[in-house]
Write a protein that binds this ligand. Structure first.
Ligand SMILES: Nc1nc2c(c(=O)[nH]1)N[C@H]1C(S)=C(S)[C@@H](COP(=O)(O)OP(=O)(O)OC[C@H]3O[C@@H](n4cnc5c(=O)[nH]c(N)nc54)[C@H](O)[C@@H]3O)O[C@H]1N2
Ligand SMILES: Nc1nc2c(c(=O)[nH]1)N[C@H]1C(S)=C(S)[C@@H](COP(=O)(O)OP(=O)(O)OC[C@H]3O[C@@H](n4cnc5c(=O)[nH]c(N)nc54)[C@H](O)[C@@H]3O)O[C@H]1N2
Ligand code: SF4
Ligand SMILES: [Mo]
Length: 720
C-alpha cells in the first residue's frame, strides 16, 4: 500500500479551509485541517472531515445516464452528448433559443468549471431564460452594491480580524461557517474580537449558537431588520453621530438618506421589531462610538421581503459611522486573479433591462428570478420554456413553491442535468452528466477569494489521479457550449479552450509563451493570475500548497467604484422608491406565526444528506417552537404539527425550545428526500420535509427578484 499526504482547499462551503488529506492507494482515508495553511491554520468542521466519505458515496454518479422511460441506462460519454445535442437542437428548431432555460446552482461557485466555463455556456445558449440560486440567496446584496458602488460584485466584507464591534444580522456563522465573508475558523475569529476587548452582537429571531457565544443577543421579529437599521440611521442623524471619516468627499446622497430616515424613529419601529427603542438607540451610539465597528448581514437579511433595502441599510450604517473602506470596518478584498482597479468613470448599475414573459419581472444581473421559472415552463405561448439545463442545482428542493416546480418539470420536452446525484431535480432529466470527483481536478476559489477577510491566494492541483471513465466538469461544460453553438456533440473542446485562453490573454496583456499549466483550466488560471493584482503565477501557487498570504485588506475607494458619479451613491432612486413600501408595511398586522429557516453544521443545503456520518443521530428536520406556543397548541416534543402557508402545507415533528421567539417557528431547508425515483439511499432514510413547499413563489423582494424564504406567515396546528 502506498501512503501519501496531499493538501487541498475544502470545496464544501465558503470558508475555504485547507485540508490535509491522507491518501492510501489513491483513496482519501483521513482528512485533517492543514495546520500550516496561511488562512485556516488547521481549522476543520465535520463536513470537511467527511470529505473522503462524500467522495466514496456509492450512490454518487460517475458515468452518464440516459433515461429510458422510467429507467436509466448508463451510457458512454459520446452517446450522452449525442442525446443532449439531439434534445436541445430539437427544442431550438421547434421553438427558438429562448425556449431553453438554464439554472445554475450553488456548487458552481466552488468549482473551477463554474468559474471558467459556466458563463461561456450560458452565453452560448442565447436565451434570456437564465436562472440561478442567487435569487434564493444573495441577489439583494448584488443589487444594493450595484446601486451604491456601480458594481454588483463589489461587495465589502466585515474586517473581522481588526474590528472592535461586530453587529451581525441574519447570519449564523457557527453553523454556516460564514457567507459573503470568507473567514475560515469564524468561531476563532469571533473569540479573537472578544479577546482584544471588542464586542460581538447578534440580531436574530433565534438564539443561535453564534448568539450564544456573542456578547449580546438581540432577538428580532423576522423580516423587521430594515426597520431596525433605518431607526439606527435615524438616531445617527438625530444625535449628530454621522461621521464619514476619510470618505467625506467620496459619498453623495447623505442628506437624502437623512430625510428618508426621518420616518423611522426607534419609537415608531420598536414594536414591529420587538426590540426596545432604547436598545436601538444604544446600538446606534455604540456603532458610532467604537474605534472601529462593522454591521454584517446575511441570509436572514436577504431572503426577506425588504431584502435589498435591508442590505443597502447595512452599508449605509457602515458608511455613516465612518466604517466603510477602513480597517476594522467593511472592506473590499483584492483577489489574485483580478486587477486592482484605478478610479475611472463607470456606467453604474442597470436593473430590469428585460422582463420575464409571464409575470413581467425585471431582469437582475443578467438573470430572472428563479421563483418564476415554473411560470415560464407552465404558461403556454410564444417563448414558453420547453427545455431546461441544470448545472449543480437542486431547485426542486431549494426554490419557492417547489412542489409546483417538481410537477411542471415533467412537461418539458427535454432536460439535461450536470450533477453528481440522481436526486429530486435530476430525476426529471433525460440525460445526467456527472462530473468527476472534485479531488481529481484543480481547485481555485474565484468567488470566495474575492470575499475573503484577508487577501490570500491558494491553488490546489488534482489530489487523486484521473478516473479514466469519468469527465472533468470543465470538459462537460465546454462540450455543452459547443453543442449550444451548433457545432455538434463531437466537436473538439480544445477549440473552445483555445478561444477562452486567447480572450484571457488579450484582455490581460499576457504573453502566451509564459503560460504554464497541465490542463486548459490551469492555463486559464495562470493567465488570470499573471494579469492580476499581484502578478502571481500558477507555478508560484503550486509551490505554496498552504497558500500565499497577501496581507490584510486595504482601502480601495475610489478605485473600486464604477458609479456614473464616481462616488458612493448613498441614496439611489430605486431604493427611495421602495422605502414607500416599507413605510406602508409598518401598519401590517402581525401574523400569528412566522416561519424562518436555519442551517446545521453537518448539512449543506440539499445535497449532503447521503453521507451517514453527516446525518446520523437525532432527526434534524424538526419544527422548532417556543414552549408557550407549544402549550397553547397542546403540542409536545416530537409530536407532528401541520404547518400551512399560502403555498402549501407540511407535517413535521415539533422540537420545543426557548431559543426561538414566541410566534416564530423554524424549519431547515434542503430536506424532503422521500420522492420516488431518486438514488440516494441514506438521504431517503432521513427524508425530512421540504420547507420550500411552504414558501410562496409570488412573494419576492421587488428590487432584486429574490424569493422570500424567511418570515413566512403560517398557521400551525396539531396533526393527526
Ligand atoms: N427555504 C429556504 N430555501 C433555500 C435557502 C434557505 O435558507 N431557505 N437557501 C438558499 C440558498 S442560500 C442556496 S445557495 C440555494 C441552493 O440551491 P441549489 O444550488 O439549487 O441547491 P443545492 O442543494 O446547493 O444543490 C446542489 C446540487 O449540485 C450537485 N453537486 C454537488 N457538487 C457538485 C459539483 O461539483 N458539480 C456539479 N455539477 N454538481 C454538484 C448536488 O448533487 C445538488 O444537486 O438554496 C436556497 N434555498
Ligand atoms: N452547515 C452549513 N453551512 C452552510 C450551508 C448549509 O446549508 N449548511 N449553506 C451555505 C450557503 S449556500 C449559504 S448562503 C450560507 C448562509 O449563511 P448564513 O446566512 O450564516 O446562514 P444561516 O445559518 O441560515 O443563518 C441565517 C440566520 O438568519 C436568521 N433569520 C431568519 N430570518 C431572519 C430575519 O428576518 N432577521 C434576522 N435578523 N435574522 C433572521 C435565522 O434564524 C438564521 O439564524 O451558509 C453556507 N454554509
Ligand atoms: S468550514 Fe467549510 S470549508 Fe471549512 S472544513 Fe467545513 S465545510 Fe470545509
Ligand atoms: Mo447560498
Amino acid at each position: 500500500m502506498s501512503t501519501r499526504t496531499a493538501y487541498r482547499t475544502c470545496p464544501l462551503c465558503e470558508a475555504t479551509c485547507g485540508l490535509e488529506l491522507t491518501i492510501d492507494d489513491d483513496r482519501i482515508t483521513r482528512v485533517r485541517g492543514d495546520a500550516e495553511h496561511v488562512f485556516s491554520k488547521g481549522f476543520l468542521c465535520p463536513k470537511g472531515a467527511a470529505y473522503g466519505k462524500l467522495l466514496d458515496d456509492p450512490d454518487r454518479l460517475r458515468r452518464p445516464l440516459v433515461r429510458d422511460g422510467e429507467t436509466w441506462r448508463e451510457v458512454s460519454w459520446p452517446e450522452a452528448f449525442a442525446a443532449v445535442d439531439a434534445g436541445l437542437r430539437g427544442v431550438v428548431e421547434r421553438h427558438g433559443t429562448n425556449a431553453v432555460a438554464a439554472y445554475a446552482g450553488n456548487p458552481n461557485v466552488h468549482t473551477l468549471a463554474g468559474g471558467l466555463y459556466l458563463t461561456p455556456l450560458l452565453r452560448a445558449l442565447r436565451t434570456t431564460n437564465l436562472y440561478s440560486a442567487s435569487t434564493v440567496d444573495q441577489m439583494p446584496k448584488h443589487v444594493s452594491c450595484g446601486l451604491l458602488y456601480g458594481d454588483a460584485y463589489a461587495i465589502p466584507v466585515p474586517d473581522l480580524d481588526r474590528t472592535d464591534l461586530l453587529v451581525m444580522l441574519g447570519a449564523n456563522p457557527l453553523e454556516s461557517n460564514g457567507s459573503l465573508c470568507t473567514a475560515p475558523d469564524f468561531p476563532g475569529r469571533l473569540a479573537a474580537i472578544q479577546g482584544r476587548g471588542g464586542r460581538v452582537v447578534v440580531i436574530d429571531p433565534r438564539r443561535t449558537k453564534t448568539a450564544e457565544v456573542a456578547d449580546e443577543h438581540v432577538p428580532i421579529r423576522p423580516g423587521a431588520d430594515a426597520f431596525l437599521l433605518f431607526a439606527i440611521v435615524h438616531v445617527l442623524f438625530e444625535e449628530g453621530l454621522v461621521d464619514l471619516g476619510s470618505l467625506a468627499h467620496d459619498v453623495s446622497g447623505v442628506e437624502q438618506v437623512r430625510v428618508l430616515a426621518g420616518d423611522f424613529p426607534p419609537e415608531t419601529v420598536a414594536e414591529r421589531c420587538a426590540v426596545p427603542a432604547e436598545r436601538i438607540r444604544g446600538l446606534a451610539r455604540e456603532l458610532a462610538a467604537a474605534p472601529t465597528a462593522v454591521v454584517y448581514g446575511r441570509i436572514g437579511t436577504c431572503t426577506v421581503s425588504f431584502g435589498t433595502l435591508t442590505n443597502w441599510l447595512v452599508d449605509v450604517v457602515n458608511t455613516l459611522t465612518g466604517n466603510l473602506d477602513r480597517p476594522g470596518g467593511a472592506m473590499f478584498p483584492v483577489p489574485a486573479h483580478l486587477r486592482r482597479r484605478e478610479a475611472a468613470p463607470g456606467r453604474g448599475f442597470d436593473l430590469g433591462r428585460w422582463t420575464s414573459r409571464v409575470r413581467q419581472l425585471p431582469e437582475v444581473a443578467g438573470q430572472l428570478p428563479v421563483a418564476t421559472l415554473q411560470d415560464e415552463i407552465e404558461a403556454p405561448g410564444e417563448g414558453q420554456v420547453r427545455a431546461l439545463v441544470t448545472i449543480a442545482g437542486n431547485p426542486v428542493l431549494s426554490t419557492p413553491n417547489s412542489d409546483r416546480l417538481d410537477r411542471v418539470l415533467d412537461s418539458l420536452e427535454f432536460m439535461v442535468s450536470v450533477d453528481t446525484y440522481l436526486n429530486e431535480t435530476t430525476r426529471h432529466a433525460d440525460v445526467i452528466l456527472p462530473p468527476t470527483d472534485s479531488a481529481r481536478v484543480g481547485h481555485y476559489d474565484f468567488s470566495f477569494l474575492a470575499l475573503a477577510v484577508r487577501n490570500i491566494a491558494v491553488y490546489s492541483p488534482p489530489s487523486l489521479p484521473p478516473d479514466p471513465g469519468a469527465m472533468d466538469e470543465c470538459e462537460i461544460l465546454a462540450r455543452l457550449t459547443l453543442i449550444a453553438e451548433g457545432k455538434g456533440a463531437e466537436a473538439d473542446p480544445a477549440a473552445h479552450d483555445e478561444a477562452l485562453l486567447s480572450a484571457a490573454l488579450g484582455k490581460g496583456g499576457v504573453d502566451r509563451a509564459e503560460i504554464s499549466g497541465d490542463s486548459p483550466a490551469e492555463r486559464l488560471l495562470d493567465a488570470a493570475l499573471r494579469a492580476g493584482a499581484y502578478g502571481l503565477t500558477l507555478d508560484e501557487l503550486k509551490a505554496a500548497p498552504h497558500g500565499i498570504d497577501l496581507g490584510p485588506l486595504e482601502p480601495r475607494i475610489p478605485g473600486v467604484l464604477r458609479t456614473v458619479s464616481g462616488k458612493v451613491e448613498l441614496c439611489p432612486a430605486p431604493i427611495v422608491g421602495d422605502t414607500e413600501r416599507l413605510r406602508a408595511a409598518l401598519a401590517d398586522p402581525a401574523p400569528e406565526f412566522v416561519l424562518v429557516g436555519r442551517r446545521h453544521l453537518r448539512s449543506n443545503n440539499s445535497w449532503m444528506h447521503n453521507v451517514t456520518v453527516l446525518v446520523k443521530g437525532k432527526a434534524r428536520c424538526t419544527l422548532q417552537m417556543h414552549p408557550d406556543d407549544a402549550a397553547k397548541l397542546a403540542l409536545v416534543d416530537g409530536s407532528p404539527a401541520r404547518v400551512t402557508s399560502s403555498a402549501g402545507e407540511v407535517v413535521a415533528p415539533v422540537e420545543i425550545t426557548d431559543s426561538v421567539l414566541p410566534g416564530v417557528v423554524s424549519l431547515p431547508h434542503g430536506w424532503g428526500h422521500d420522492r420516488p425515483g431518486t438514488r440516494m439511499a441514506v438521504a431517503q432514510e432521513h427524508a425530512g420535509v421540504n420547507s420550500n413547499v411552504l414558501t410562496d413563489e409570488l412573494a419576492l423582494d421587488p428590487l432584486s427578484g429574490n424569493a422570500v424564504l424567511n418570515a413566512i406567515p403560517v398557521t400551525v396546528e396539531a396533526a393527526g
